[in-house]
Design a protein around this ligand. Structure first.
Ligand code: BMP
Length: 224
């Protein structure tokens, strides 16, 4: 499975029910779910975590942590108690007492650590992409399980893959931000993160099935 669904409930819905409804309809098609600040801020991590109880795929808390290591570690302890089994942090905080501390805590808790090295929006080139080599070396030192790299710039995915053969690459930007399903997979990503193209569709299950089908066809083409 190569699809991770991003759950970012719009304003004016019950965030827990909204997440539950999409989760129940797509859980057998997706490798996991990524829950970001909009849901966690409104409903709280424990109520959101409840939705995924018993699911054995990825349940990723996307708070894009960017603090000193001790406080990120404390945050992850709380997220793990709420049922999250993966967490996203920024690599730009660096290794020493930053990702080193977080990474150690994640290992102890059995939580997968995913670090952001490049982002899908155009502004990523203004700062982050200029230091991507350094961000990659932080990921390498911290032995992160995964990284976030943009489906909107497949050449960046290819670059990250060329530097880190062992890391899982999670690529957002498919659909609403313009990348096509399979673009990042063909460049070396392991998973594509898709949000609104699925969650705002009138039939999320059908939309997710279509994404997976398009991924499969793209992979066939690029591997041929
Ligand atoms: P959508 O497919 O609706 O554009 O959602 C993309 C998801 O991936 C959002 O949850 C967003 O927070 C996340 N994301 C991103 O779009 N770009 C990044 O560089 C990193 C992200 O986590």
């Amino acid at each position: 499975l190569t699809l991770i669904i991003a759950l970012d409930p719009p304003t004016g819905v019950d965030p827990v029910e909204w997440c539950r409804s999409i989760f129940e309809r797509t859980r057998d098609i997706a490798t996991g779910f990524k829950i970001g600040l909009p849901a966690i801020v409104e409903a709280g991590a424990s109520r959101i975590g409840e939705v995924f109880r018993g699911f054995d795929g990825l349940v990723i808390a996307d708070l894009k942590l960017a603090d000193i290591g001790d406080i990120m570690a404390l945050t992850v302890e709380k997220l793990a108690r709420c049922g999250f089994n993966a967490v996203i942090a920024h690599a730009f905080v660096g290794y020493e007492r930053g990702l080193s501390t977080l990474s150690e805590k994640c290992r102890e808790l059995g939580v997968k650590l995913v670090a952001v090295v490049s982002m899908s929006h155009p502004g990523s080139v203004e700062v982050m992409d200029g230091v991507v080599e350094k961000l990659i070396s932080v990921v390498e030192r911290a032995r992160c399980w995964g990284v976030v790299a943009p489906a909107t710039r497949p050449e960046m995915v290819r670059f990250v893959r060329s530097r880190l053969s062992w890391v899982k690459i999670l690529s957002p930007g498919v659909g609403a931000q313009g990348a096509r399903p399979g673009d990042a997979l063909c460049a070396g990503a392991d998973y594509e993160i898709v949000g609104r193209a699925i969650t705002r569709s009138s039939d999320p299950r059908e939309a997710a099935r279509r994404v997976v089908e398009e991924q499969r066809r793209a992979l066939e083409r690029c591997r041929a």
